[in-house]
Ligand binder design. Structure first.
Ligand code: KIV
Ligand code: ZN
Length: 543
């Protein structure tokens, strides 16, 4: 039999329909969901999260029902280590997983981060494809194999649950992939993941890849096979589903499909596909589907990554019916144009919420219904925002509340600079001029004024002058939240400072105010880092 060199490019010929596989049926129909929003998801540009945000999200993902939570890459930075350790100590009832290269030091560092978790997993990875071996690793096949085996054996001294990933596995030679997987199982891996790292494979090829592993690899029934797909060609979800159909029993995915480049397979899409078409797939997960929408909003709020209106399952338009024909059909029978119900994914039926006389308690309850469990400090801030809004706006909708919460959840809680006041002069004749007064957390204030081509630019320049932090504005977006002429303006800004991108958002009935608060929040993230760095410098100089 001719063995193809690479699954992605040539496998179709090899896996012709007449080839028959004599395989055992997959062990069961329960799919393990490994969520990697906090690891691969965080690799989306501008999506970095601080420790508190990661912890808040980790609790939400546990409540959603994911089985394994990949919390980061502990050796990559002290921040990642700290967040992984905190989650390992505080989030119970779920397996906590850390990513790790095949280096002994990485393994022991990951163990230090994860050791307090009652259930923990180490996720080792090493690239296996010809391109990665030659150009990235500069290792030959034997070396990659040897390093993988040694790392798995070392990890066995510390962990019972070990996942091994063949990075770029979907572009690896079939016979070599089988060999690596077989040896990884012998060495003690308990889950084998075949990532489609660059989103290159097709659903049929990915399915054949798993069929081949299940046919050729000794001991394959002892491990769980896992799918991990990137969305470069828009096929992450389709590829993942076909991997599961071919016998994989773990899926790795992220909420809203966030992740490196075009992202990863979206958890909510895979889960709802399995659920809605259970007749076809015959597979189940432990996900509480009615928590999908709130969790999706929380991820968007924390990362600052907006959800496209037409995004499947959780987009604003996912259940909207615009055309008359569709509306007519829906009135007769909702099944005419809807394959699932909004309430199945946690989209609430009530959109009109609290009024200006509502109290803190009702606000907390409504936010919990929407999926936001806030700290007392965050709730105080959102309550203050809500009272101001309820004074200005006739009706406060769920979407308005979500916007307020998004701004607050993502915001720096004790900012270096607080906005005391701003004013703006603008008209058709002169360049807009803005003045701002900011209060530093050490008690002193600074004022500055500046002009700009537009009002927002003038305010931003004034803030840069007052704080002494100059940035490049990479993206600025305004959208309307809910409906009506008093709708909230929702502003997202993305700025670059050094090599780092910072995203912040804010909502207000006044777009200039929302723009100012969002920009200042992004500046505050930089200011906090700069102050922390200069405090460390002073510390290291002191005797
Ligand atoms: O996409 C990929 O290959 C990965 C691995 C580290 C699992 O994220
Ligand atoms: Zn990945």
């Amino acid at each position: 039999m001719v063995v193809p060199q690479i699954f992605g490019a040539l496998a179709v010929h090899f896996f012709a329909p007449h080839v028959r596989y004599f395989m055992n049926p997959p062990p069961n129909n329960r799919i393990v969901v490994l969520d990697t929003t906090l690891r691969d998801g965080e690799q989306s540009p501008g999506a970095s999260m601080n420790k508190e945000q990661k912890l808040q999200l980790a609790h939400a993902l546990r409540d959603l029902g994911v089985d394994v939570l990949e919390v980061g890459f502990p050796v990559s930075s002290p921040g990642d280590f700290d967040a992984a350790q905190t989650i390992a100590r505080k989030v119970e009832g779920i397996s906590i997983c850390g990513l790790c290269r095949c280096h002994f030091n990485d393994i022991t560092t990951s163990y230090e981060a994860l050791k307090d978790a009652p259930k923990k997993r180490l996720h080792l990875f090493l690239a296996t494809s010809p391109l990665h071996r030659e150009f990235k690793l500069q290792m030959d096949k034997e070396e990659v194999l040897r390093r993988s085996i040694e790392a798995i054996q070392k990890a066995r001294e510390l962990f019972d649950d070990i996942q091994f990933s063949t990075e770029d596995g979907s572009r690896t030679e079939e016979d070599y992939l089988c060999e690596v997987v077989e040896r990884a199982i012998e060495a003690g891996a308990t889950t084998i993941n075949i990532p489609d790292t660059v989103g290159y494979i097709t659903p049929e090829e990915y399915s054949n890849c798993f069929k081949s592993l299940r046919k050729h690899v000794r001991g394959i029934d002892k491990v769980v096979l896992s799918v991990h797909c990137h969305n470069d060609l828009g096929m992450a979800v389709a590829n993942s589903l076909m991997g599961l159909r071919a016998g994989a029993r773990q899926i790795e995915c992220t909420i809203n499909g966030i992740g490196e480049r075009a992202g990863n397979a979206a958890l909510e899409e895979v889960v709802m596909a399995l659920c809605t078409r259970k007749d076809f797939w015959g597979l189940e997960t432990n996900i509480k589907t009615e928590r999908l929408y709130p969790t999706s909003r929380l991820v968007s709020a924390i990362t600052g990554l907006a959800i496209a209106r037409n995004k499947a399952i959780v987009g604003q338009n996912a259940f909207a019916h615009e055309s008359g024909i569709h509306q007519h059909g829906m009135l007769r029978h909702r099944g005419t144009y809807e394959v699932m119900r909004p309430e199945d994914v946690g989209i609430s039926k009530t959109h009109l919420v609290l009024g200006k006389h509502s109290g803190r308690h009702s606000l907390r309850q409504r936010l919990l219904d929407l999926g936001f469990s806030l700290s007392d400090e965050q709730l105080d801030a959102v309550f203050a925002d809500f009272k101001l809004l309820a004074d200005k706006k006739k009706e406060v909708f769920d979407a308005d509340l979500e916007a307020l919460v998004s701004g607050r959840i993502a915001a720096v809680m004790t900012p270096v600079w607080a906005l005391e006041s701003y004013h703006l002069v603008s008209g058709t004749q002169d360049s807009p001029t803005a003045g701002v007064t900011l209060k530093h957390r050490n008690g002193f204030s600074k004022s500055a004024s500046a002009t700009g081509d537009g009002s927002v630019e003038a305010v931003y320049r004034a803030i840069e002058k007052a704080t002494g932090i100059a940035v490049h504005l990479k993206d600025y977006q305004v959208s309307a939240v809910s409906v009506g002429e008093d709708a909230l303006g929702y502003v997202t800004v993305e700025i670059i400072h050094g090599a780092q991108t910072y995203v912040a958002r804010s909502a207000s009935v006044d777009v200039i105010e929302a723009s100012t608060v969002a920009f200042l929040d992004a500046i505050n993230r930089i200011a906090a880092l700069l102050e922390e760095a200069s405090e460390k410098k002073v510390d290291s100089k002191s005797p």
